[in-house]
Ligand binder design. Structure first.
Ligand SMILES: Nc1ncnc2c1ncn2[C@@H]1O[C@H](COP(=O)(O)OP(=O)(O)O)[C@@H](O)[C@H]1O
Ligand SMILES: O=c1ccn([C@@H]2O[C@H](COP(=O)(O)OP(=O)(O)O)[C@@H](O)[C@H]2O)c(=O)[nH]1
Ligand SMILES: [Mg+2]
Length: 230
């Protein structure tokens, strides 16, 4: 059942550049001592699935189905950020500006929100939807939270289909417009594909062809989760 995928073709040759860790994040990592990590991992070791794919590939839709069929808690990084963005604060405004530009919010903000959400849940299995979006995100999560994902799902969808879906989403999102979508697709290719390649090389990636109906795609996902014993 477990398909081990080889390397996907590297999208860019400059992934090293993307690995640079900003000084502010280095400091957070320095203080991510074992005591802090133990917050999450001391009493339990939750089963963690990262759910990746470009904008409109169907991550949120499939996560909702997986959550209800297999008892996972669904944490959408984008939803957590949008909630924080609605606060009338400096941080809220920073997040809004970054999302509007289709860029990636600093890792320490996103990892903190995910950590809080995991800690306030009693679930033993989590879907982390739309994260990590860059190698820097991935390294921050693994350093600060202190665990690696058990499984990484990648919804592989042609750009044309993703654009069509996002433009039809109709949820009033500030980033669901053609200008921002173009930027998000570039960011996905430049920063997210290296993360996908990383987990592929580690044998943790499960790639799903995300074309077809929601039911057809869920059938493939159901097959995978049905074979797991988390
Ligand atoms: N397989 C599918 N076929 C057609 N439309 C879909 C499919 N899966 C999701 N959608 C629709 O496409 C839009 C984007 O889906 P969503 O799950 O929000 O994607 P993502 O979280 O990856 O951005 C939504 O309006 C959703 O209803
Ligand atoms: O870990 C994350 C998740 C999301 N975002 C930002 O939030 C936006 C929307 O993310 P979401 O996952 O909701 O979009 P989707 O891919 O589902 O359309 C992204 O384009 C980014 O600007 C981010 O910076 N870090
Ligand atoms: Mg989504």
């Amino acid at each position: 059942m477990w398909r081990r995928l080889g390397f996907l073709s590297p999208a860019i040759s400059s992934s090293k550049r993307q690995n640079r860790i900003p000084e502010s994040l280095k400091l957070v990592m320095l203080f991510a001592t074992d005591a802090v990590k133990d917050d999450i991992t001391a009493s339990r070791r939750p089963f963690i699935t990262f759910v990746l794919g470009g904008p409109g590939s169907g991550k949120g839709t499939q996560c909702a189905r997986i959550a209800s069929a297999f008892g996972f808690a669904h944490l959408s990084a984008g939803d957590l950020l949008r909630e924080e963005m609605s606060c009338d604060s400096k941080k809220g405004k920073l997040i809004r500006d970054i999302i509007m530009e289709g860029k990636i919010v600093p890792s320490e903000i996103t990892v903190h929100l995910i950590k809080e959400a995991i800690m306030s849940s009693s679930a033993d299995r989590f879907l982390i939807d739309g994260f990590p979006r860059s190698e820097e995100n991935r390294i921050a999560f693994e350093t600060i939270i202190g665990v690696e994902p058990n499984l990484v799902l990648f919804f592989d969808c042609p750009e044309e289909e993703m654009v069509k879906r996002v433009l039809g989403r109709n949820q009033g999102r500030i980033d669901d417009n053609i200008e921002t979508i173009k930027k998000r697709l570039k960011v996905f290719e430049m920063l997210n594909l290296p993360v996908i390649n990383y987990y592929s090389a580690k044998g943790k990636l499960y790639k799903i062809n995300a074309t077809g109906t929601v039911d057809e795609i869920f059938e493939k996902v159901r097959h995978l989760f049905g074979s797991l014993r988390p």
